[in-house]
Design a protein around this ligand. Structure first.
Ligand code: SAM
Length: 230
């Protein structure tokens, strides 16, 4: 009731009252609040021991696909705890989600919770934009190759005359949605601080070899892929 009133006020007056930036943040924060309110139980047995974290529109059959909205189990990944019982997960995959969360306030508690919920030896696969590659793109050609790659994946993509360096800005900021980019050192710190080990850089093909049911993103050129063990 409160949520639907807030939502209708938001849709009716939002654009008149708020900046685009504030509106976007309010939008996701309303979803996060909704997820926190509707799912409060702890100690649950997951319907699948394979967790797809931040699935977006790419739900994968046989996996428990979670996101803040529209998923198998809507959850705010920044809430500091996970609903699943200890030692109940065998694999976790998360692609291009960690950059949306605050490093120390949200990601460290999230990964500590993942470690708690994982069986010893469970595999963790994470991908996100690669800070090292972003910096290299700037010094190599100020984003021209990035633009070429993006156009080969999304032919209608167009920068509208803005210099190609904007591709790199977008990777860092994504209209304020991205909180941090990672290089291998920072990712290793996050995972080891949270109790994971054997952190290694991999490629998308390694993830797809292990779990062929995942649709390819073809994004090695811009992404950091890592594997770790619980
Ligand atoms: C760039 S999309 C990636 C989606 C998908 N993994 C893919 O590879 O296409 C980032 C996803 O993270 C989710 N996300 C961001 N912040 C979140 C949060 N606090 N709780 C749950 N999901 C969140 C978004 O809803 C979105 O689906």
């Amino acid at each position: 009731m409160i949520l639907s009133t807030l939502r209708s006020l938001f849709y009716r007056y939002g654009e008149k009252v708020f900046s685009h930036r504030t509106l976007k943040n309010l939008h996701i924060d309303l979803w996060r609040m909704r997820a926190r309110i509707i799912h409060r139980r702890r100690g649950l047995t997951p319907p699948s021991p394979k967790l797809h974290l931040g699935c977006g529109g790419r739900k994968v059959t046989g996996w428990l696909n979670v996101d803040v909205i529209g998923s198998d189990y809507d959850i705010d990944l920044g809430q500091g705890w996970l609903p699943w019982r200890n030692n109940s997960l065998e694999a976790v995959v998360s692609q291009h989600v960690v950059e949306h969360l605050d490093l120390t306030r949200e990601l460290v508690p999230l990964f500590r919770e993942l470690k708690r919920a994982c069986k010893p030896g469970a595999e963790l696969y994470i991908s996100c934009p690669d800070m090292e590659k972003a910096c290299k793109f700037y010094f190599d050609d100020k984003g021209e190759e990035m633009l070429f790659n993006r156009k080969s994946r999304f032919p209608s993509f167009d920068l509208g005359g803005v210099p190609t360096v904007q591709m790199i800005n977008d990777l860092f900021h994504r209209e304020g949605e991205h909180k941090n980019l990672f290089d291998l050192e920072l990712m290793k710190w996050l995972l080891e601080t949270s109790g994971f080990s054997q952190v290694e850089r991999i490629e998308e093909a390694d993830l797809l070899d292990r779990f062929p049911e995942f649709p390819a993103r073809n994004d090695d050129y811009v992404s950091l892929y890592v594997k770790a063990v619980a």
